[in-house]
Design a protein around this ligand. Sequence first.
Ligand SMILES: *[C@@H]1O[C@H](CO)[C@@H](O)[C@H](O)[C@H]1NC(C)=O
Ligand SMILES: *[C@@H]1O[C@H](CO)[C@@H](O)[C@H](O)[C@H]1NC(C)=O
Length: 161
Amino acid sequence: MTPPHHPVNFAVLLLFLCLPAVPPAAAAADPTPTPWPPQFHATLVMDYHGNMSVADLWYDWPGGRNLHVIRYQLAADAPYYDNEWNNGTSFFYTPALRTCRSAAVGVGILRPDWLRPGAVYLGRRDAGGFDCHVWAKADFITYYEDVNTKRPVKWVFYTGP
Ligand SMILES: *[C@@H]1O[C@H](CO)[C@@H](O)[C@H](O)[C@H]1NC(C)=O
Ligand SMILES: *[C@@H]1O[C@H](CO)[C@@H](O)[C@H](O)[C@H]1NC(C)=O
């Protein structure tokens, strides 16, 4: 479905076209990524080289913590917990198997506006039927955000060859 044409946007576009010579400033019109809410719950479908999982993510910036509960397709009855703290410590545990380890990962959780610094706008693309703004950052992530709702739709991490 095509969104209805918006006369205000059209007027703004005409204004830019009528300005004399401001080519570098045109880049300032690129959309910027919407910061994450300080707290949210999201359900993620993840594909790690064909290793499929469904994860619940609880993001808690004021609490300085981030919890992924990951259910791998081939081990769905033994969810894997990845619990990250802003002091740089992470805990990884599988309660069903009574296994646990911790790691000093050295970095905290992602800031709500983590994507914005250095993000390069790539334009609009379809992602599974969602009309999205797309940004790349530092050649390691491509991030898709719904144009209308501003919600993240998909991100692709480059994890190496
Ligand atoms: C792939 O899935 C299995 C469960 O089937 C899981 O134990 C393993 O950690 C996963 N590997 C990666 C790299 O995510
Ligand atoms: C980080 O915070 C967690 C949760 O309070 C705590 O269990 C862990 O020991 C802390 N790590 C360090 C290095 O202080």
